[in-house]
Structures are given as C-alpha cells and as structure tokens.
Design a protein. Structure first.
Length: 69
C-alpha cells in the first residue's frame, strides 16, 4: 500500500489534534470532578469542545494552503 506524503501529514496532524482534545477532556474531568462534573467543569468542557472545533477548522485551512502550494 502506497500512501502519499500529504495523506500522512493530514493523518498525523489530525491524530495529534484529537490526542490533545482527549488529554484536555481527561484533565478537565480530573480537575472538576467532585462526585460528578461541577458547573465550572461543564463550562470548561463546552470551552474545550468549542476550542477543538476552531482548532480543527484552522488546521484544515492551514493544511489546505500548505499542501496545495
């Protein structure tokens, strides 16, 4: 199986971003766990999800310019 360099770059960036997202979710769960997720933890979780969506959008646009030059 022959995989393009561009595809490998896209996969590596995506896996890295998802790994970062999972690490942030675990950190939020550990920091705000008091017999359940507190209100502050819920807000942090919503912020993490929003940040992940923005990060993936920025990475997608950046990769589109980087890989198509």
């Amino acid at each position: 199986m022959d995989v393009d360099r561009d595809t490998v770059v896209e996969i590596a960036v995506s896996v890295g971003a998802v790994g970062l997202f999972v690490a942030v979710i675990v950190a939020i769960g550990g920091a705000y766990n008091q017999g359940g997720l507190s209100t502050g933890g819920g807000m942090a979780l919503v912020g993490a999800i929003t940040g992940f969506v923005v990060l993936m959008s920025v990475l997608g646009i950046g990769l589109a310019y980087y890989l198509n030059r």
